[in-house]
Design a protein around this ligand. Structure first.
Ligand code: FAD
Length: 460
């Protein structure tokens, strides 16, 4: 098992600024770096720009703001749990350099800037971008294709290389220049127990729509500690060091990547797939770093089926992110990018039973129980659940998509909608163009992927 070189943030500098900083600080800028839901130090181009400016303007200090990106809906319970872990880790790593992280994960950047301005007026603001393989359109928007195979074939350049974490030494605050006036709540620990959080969570709050709000906690079980549930396929913390360790383990520290193509349709355990999605969704892992590690593996072992397949899946993620940008609101609309109204029955009672994992189909109910308890569901399980929801229950696919977005630990709206719309026959599945959605024969699927009914027994 070989080791691959992963980035480790330089922490050589002293906490805070070197002697003399207090006087120089007067001439420097206060530079705010807004994480915009990208909870890592690795591969942050905008953070490099912020640091470059700070170096040009001696005496400058950094402050990091954790906010909710504009237009992003509130995160659901499982995602909030790992978000809190990622923020706590980031805060302590920044604190080692004297840089404060002010956490407002439920508020938008604009709202936070309004709130802090009377006490903290940043001279410059830098905002992180969502982690993508390409910083700009990989195919011109006018030629952007409707289907994935055309996207992959028409890519105009290879993915970009990641940037290392910047050296933040000397950009922190000292005890002398620390503003006493800052309210304690700006720096209060990000709570790991969502029930104890006073902010909006399951409740009737801004950003939680009428579909999700009445659902509450359908299983009425504690959901905030699935890491101790031995059945969980994602028993990991959400922070950046854990994300990098998982990437290292799957690609280079185990046979995971080599066997990925054969195992990726598994249903049970941590090793059948990479489990990178929750980290990518939180931004605690850079997708360009992930791609680079796969390339590194290929340089050593050759481009085998497993590594080529993982690259393809990362390109699927990319395809949906850029498709969402290309099609705007239509991407998330009921008629999808095909602009075709699907047939459905708005049966609210049936939907609510399904939401409680009590729809009466043992295979589907088991999948939903896993989702509710842990936030994770295998790709195969997601496909079964969505196909059954659309074809057998004939419920509105946008309801199912919204439910998934709330409960998934790796919820990324573009990926979630893209996959649901694909299965509903209004998205990018070429087989559905002008026809009907693809349908999974569940009996046959179980025979193929869960012949011993291991998953069903585990979650019955
Ligand atoms: C109905 C439905 C909803 C989904 N919603 C989401 C979602 O909200 N967030 C999410 O990250 N994935 C979503 N997926 C895609 C996929 O199921 C998950 O990415 C995958 O199961 C996550 O586990 P992993 O990281 O171990 O995947 P791996 O198999 O190891 O794949 C590696 C990475 O490739 C990307 N990827 C894999 N499959 C897909 C796919 N079908 N579409 C786009 N990207 C993909 C993801 O970034 C994933 O982390 C959804 C799939 C379906 C069918």
């Amino acid at each position: 098992m070989e080791e691959v070189l992963l980035p480790s943030p330089p922490i050589s500098g002293s906490a805070g600024a070197p002697p003399g900083h207090e006087t120089a600080a007067a001439a420097g800028f206060t530079i705010a770096f807004c994480l915009e839901g990208q909870l890592r130090l690795d591969d942050q181009p905008a953070l490099h720009e912020a640091v470059a400016l700070a170096r040009r303007q001696p005496g400058s200090r950094l402050v990091v703001l954790a906010t909710r990106p504009e237009g992003q809906r509130l995160r659901g319970p499982h995602q909030r749990r790992i978000e809190a872990q990622a923020l706590a880790s980031l805060r302590s790593r920044l604190a080692a350099r004297g840089i404060p992280l002010l956490a407002f994960p439920q508020q938008t950047t604009a709202a936070v800037l309004d709130e802090i301005r009377p006490l903290l007026r940043p001279d410059r603001l830098f905002q992180a971008q969502q982690s993508r393989l390409f910083g700009d359109w990989p195919i011109a928007p006018g030629r952007f294709p409707l289907v994935f195979s055309d996207f992959r074939r028409s890519l105009e350049r290879p993915p970009e290389a990641p940037l290392p974490p910047p050296d933040l030494t000397g950009l922190g605050w000292t005890a002398a220049d620390w503003p006493e006036a800052w309210p304690q709540e700006w720096l209060r620990p990000v709570d790991l127990d969502p029930a104890a959080d006073s902010g909006p969570f399951l409740g009737a709050s801004e950003g939680v729509d009428a579909l999700v709000e009445p659902l509450g906690d359908p299983l009425a079980e504690p959901y905030w500690d699935p890491q101790s549930d031995p059945r969980s396929a994602f028993p990991f913390q959400g922070d950046e060091p854990t994300a990098l360790a998982r990437l290292q383990h799957f690609c280079c520290g185990s046979d995971g990547l080599r066997h990925y193509k054969a195992r990726r349709n598994g249903l049970v355990g941590t090793e059948f797939s990479s489990k990178l999605s929750p980290f990518l969704a939180l931004g605690s892992l850079s997708v360009r770093r992930s791609w680079q590690v796969v390339l590194h593996y290929q340089a050593r072992q050759g481009a085998d089926g497993g590594s080529e397949w993982l690259k393809q899946e990362l390109l699927w993620r990319e395809f949906f992110l850029w498709s969402e940008q290309r099609h705007g609101a239509a991407f998330h609309g009921a008629s999808g990018v095909q602009n075709r109204q699907p047939a459905w029955i708005e049966d609210r009672e049936l939907f609510e039973r399904w939401c409680r994992a009590d729809g009466g189909h043992p295979l589907i109910d088991a999948q939903l129980r896993e989702l509710l308890a842990t936030g994770y569901l295998s790709n195969r399980g997601r496909q079964w659940v969505a196909s059954h929801f659309i074809n057998s229950l004939q419920l509105p696919w946008i309801w199912g998509a919204r439910f998934f977005e709330w409960w998934l630990i790796d919820a990324e709206p573009a990926l979630n909608t893209g996959n649901w719309a694909y299965l509903a026959g209004v998205g990018s599945d070429p087989r559905s163009f002008g026809g009907s959605p693809r349908r999974f024969d569940l009996e046959r699927q179980v025979g193929l992927y869960d012949p011993e009914q291991t998953h069903r027994q585990r979650w019955s």
